[in-house]
Design a protein around this ligand. Sequence first.
Ligand code: MN
Length: 489
Amino acid sequence: MKLKILDTTLRDGEQTPGVSLSVEQKVLIASALDKLGVDIIEAGTAIASEGDFKAIKEISQAGLNAEICSFARIKKEDIDAAADAEADSVFMVAPSSEIHIKSKFRGKSEEDVIQISVEAIEYAKDRGLIVEFGGEDASRGKLEFIKRLFDAAIDAKADRLSYCDTVGVLTPERAESIMKELSSQFKVPISIHCHDDFGLATINTIYAVKGGATEIHATINGLGERAGNAALEEVVIALEVLYGIETRINKKNIYNTSKLVEKLTRVTIPPNKPIVGDNAFTHESGIHTSALLRDSKTYEPISPEMVGRERLLVLGKHAGRASVEALMKEYGYKATKEQMLEILNRIKEIGDKGKRVTDADVKTIIETVLQIKREKKVKLEGLSIVSGMGITPTASVKLKINGHEKIEAATGLGPVDAAINAIKKAISEYADIELISYHVDAITGGTDALVDVIIQLKRGNKIVTARGARTDIIMASVEAFIEGLNMLV
Ligand code: MN
């Protein structure tokens, strides 16, 4: 039987500090999660707010394949809200450690918690809900009490059980042994809910599965309270590739879904994050690149295509002969041995000064050493920007493209956005260019600082990086964009 996935990006993930999603955004993410193939979408907490209620209702009515779930406490009003929002199920939790009972159910005993849980489960079943019943903070509770609690929950007709590592203190060994014990005693599906406070959420989730968990809780990009939850992409890929345990996830959709969640939550994915980080399939080192060009498996445990990505080769300080040769071949340049040595030395020189070497830098170096004078196809002849308060930032540009003058205007969220939009519009009939990343550094402190903009542009399956450095952030951005365009058109 395939392992079930409950995705809680829209509930625990939305509890990430600083994250707040609109109803429309939640519906978008839910439909992406459905395409990704998650079995259960925990879409929010129906009782929490009008927005959450509305989102769960719209997602429930969207005709998705996944089971739609609402979080609930062991309270009648929480269950009513979930049922009224037309959720299929509730993920309902009861405090199951001494500290949680003391601080949340003041003056109540363990027996009281069992009693209240039983009543809540029976009520939820009466309202036609599937009940996944969880012990909150179970990993800091006594296993003896949790078993009594689960026993009562099963008697009350709970459909599934959940063991929650609410503050991330589980270890792989405990996760496996506890899950072995629980799954041998309880014959209903049992899930594991892990947090990443010690960086162990992924491995704890995997060991729980080894111990007998048949369902896991996870979030896209590992979003969630504090250090976050187990990251769906990490757990799924590790389980399938390293442990041979299958899920229903359409792995090719992983990257798209991750980027959508990044965009809508505005929580940036760290570049070194497994599977979905910018650097996960990017190679810079010269020694690596030449072996990689021969066989990609040399330095990649899985192919980027498996998760819907592409390999990215970046020329940098460590750029070796192979990657420079690949670039030269692309542009139709040929160099003698001495010229090649000189090119490589100059690339290292920039890197040694602590600067990032862009494709544009490398191209300029090659052309300088080979003494090729290149006529730029796209030239900026004029730029004006209107920005301020109470008006929409607007830019107009005058470009010369292949000798033809082109004037365009566009608006944007800010002046840089407006300027880039205007250029994109002007160039649109010549080439379809996509901006993949935009990175700004102020070289020195102060408002007069030199601003270094590094961007990545994409056309078809070709990606280039280019830089612009100016005291004017708009000009630096435009310069970088135009430089990138010249390498792509
Ligand atoms: Mn949680």
